[in-house]
Every structure is written in structure tokens, then in C-alpha cells.
Design a protein around this ligand. Structure first.
Ligand code: HEM
Length: 210
């Protein structure tokens, strides 16, 4: 019940940034450089949604609200949705489907190279987000989906490299990402220590008896 209600609220909420862009576009509200406004909004929301997806596991453990895992897939798919819109803005409105120009850009401008890599990494995650894939891939599904951390790192680097002077916003994203990563590393370390067999306590005499 809680999960259904949360999904019912989150789904339209995640569409608000797109609706705002649509509203602005229809009412001449995108300013002098609409492509820039759309690129920035979709880029921001991609990163926000990637970080929110990463926050689900710590949040559900810390609050013991284990049902929250049920919203992770939806958030991840919305991150992919905004990443696709962001990429489409670039390739369609910015480059007019000039793939040669796009490839040149990917090769020449490091922030585009990194952003493109982050986007490419999201594709297998979106494709394997179905229940069938989770069942089929078993343990490998978890391994594959750890790529979301790399996507987050590349997304932050992409933003950091594209800003010219004011690094405040990418730095905020970097801090949030660092906290989420440290939390995960901490829990991995703790769990693997718990799983490790306890050292056998044998007296020197027992050792020589063997
Ligand atoms: C997961 C993938 C990606 C994430 C998380 C991401 C995120 C972002 C963010 C946060 C911004 C800045 C928004 C702002 O200024 O408020 C941005 C800008 C931008 N991104 Fe991405 N991006 C991704 C993929 C891509 C891809 C694939 C391309 C193109 C191949 C791309 C091209 C751009 C461009 C051209 C800008 C604007 C640069 C400027 O203003 O000079 N991004 N992106």
C-alpha cells in the first residue's frame, strides 16, 4: 500500500521538470537560448535522479523502510528518460543529427566524451531493469547494476569539466555522490568482515600436535 502510494506520487512528480519545459516552450518562456535552457534542465534532472536512485539503498537501511526498494527501478528509469532527452537535445536541436559533427565533438571535447560514456553506460542498465532480466542474470544483475556508481561519477565529472568558473553546483553534486559512495564502501567492508571466517584460536601445543 505504502509503495503504491509513493509510486503514485513519484511518477507525476518526476514528470514536472518536463512539463515545466513544455509549458515554457509554449509560452515563449525559454529565453534567448532555448537549447541551452533545455540542455541544462535535462542534464540537471538526469544527475539529480541518478543520485536519488543511489540514495534509495542507504535510505531504506537507515530508516528500516525496506519497501523503498520498490521505487528504485522507477527512479533509475526516469534518470535514463531525462538522459535520453538531454542527449536528444544535443544531437537533434544542437547538432541537427550531424553524426560526423557529433563524433568529432565526442573525440575532441573531454566533457562530451565523459557525458557520452555516462549515457552509454545507462543503456544496459535500463535494458535489464525488467523482472525477467533480474531473474535471468541472478548475481550478475547486481554486478552489472553497480555501473550506476560509475555513471554518477562520470556525470559529476562531465558537469565539473563543462563549467567555466563557478564550480559551486558540480561541487554540491560531488559531495552528495561522495557521501553515497562512502556509505556503500563502508557497508561492503563491514559485511565482508562479518562474512570472513573467524580465525581459529589454537594453542601452540595444539598446533604442534597436528
Ligand atoms: C548520464 C549522462 C549525463 C549527465 C548526468 C549529464 C549531466 C549534465 C549536467 C548536470 C549539465 C549541466 C546543467 C546545468 O548547467 O545546470 C549538462 C550539460 C551539458 N551536457 Fe550533459 N549529461 C549527460 C550526458 C550528456 C551527453 C551524452 C551529452 C552529449 C553527447 C551531453 C552534453 C551536454 C552539453 C552540450 C551540456 C551543456 C554545456 C554548456 O552549457 O556549455 N551530456 N549535462
Amino acid at each position: 500500500m505504502k509503495l503504491r502510494l509513493t509510486k503514485l506520487v513519484l511518477f507525476p512528480a518526476a514528470l514536472i521538470p518536463l512539463a515545466r519545459l513544455g509549458w515554457k516552450a509554449l509560452h515563449d518562456g525559454l529565453g534567448a537560448n532555448p537549447i541551452e535552457v533545455i540542455t541544462h534542465s535535462t542534464g540537471d534532472w538526469t544527475l539529480i535522479l541518478i543520485l536519488t536512485t543511489l540514495a534509495v539503498t542507504p535510505l531504506r537501511r537507515l530508516t528500516r523502510q525496506y519497501w523503498l526498494i520498490g521505487v528504485r527501478r522507477m527512479l533509475g528509469l526516469f534518470a535514463f528518460f531525462y538522459a535520453t532527452l538531454h542527449f536528444l537535445t544535443y544531437i537533434w536541436l544542437d547538432k541537427f543529427f550531424d553524426f560526423h559533427e557529433m563524433l568529432k565533438d565526442i573525440a575532441k571535447r573531454p566533457f562530451i566524451t565523459v557525458g557520452f560514456s555516462a549515457f552509454v553506460l545507462l543503456i544496459p542498465l535500463a535494458l535489464t531493469s525488467t523482472k525477467g532480466s533480474i531473474r535471468r542474470l541472478g548475481k550478475n544483475w547486481q554486478r552489472l547494476h553497480r555501473l550506476i556508481y560509475l555513471t554518477g561519477i562520470l556525470g559529476v565529472i562531465h558537469y565539473w569539466w563543462l563549467v567555466k568558473a563557478d564550480i559551486r553546483k558540480p561541487r554540491e553534486y560531488a559531495i552528495v555522490l561522495a557521501i553515497l559512495l562512502l556509505y556503500r564502501i563502508g557497508t561492503w567492508a563491514y559485511e565482508s568482515r562479518k562474512r570472513a571466517p573467524a580465525p581459529s584460536i589454537s594453542s601452540p601445543s595444539q598446533a604442534t600436535e597436528a
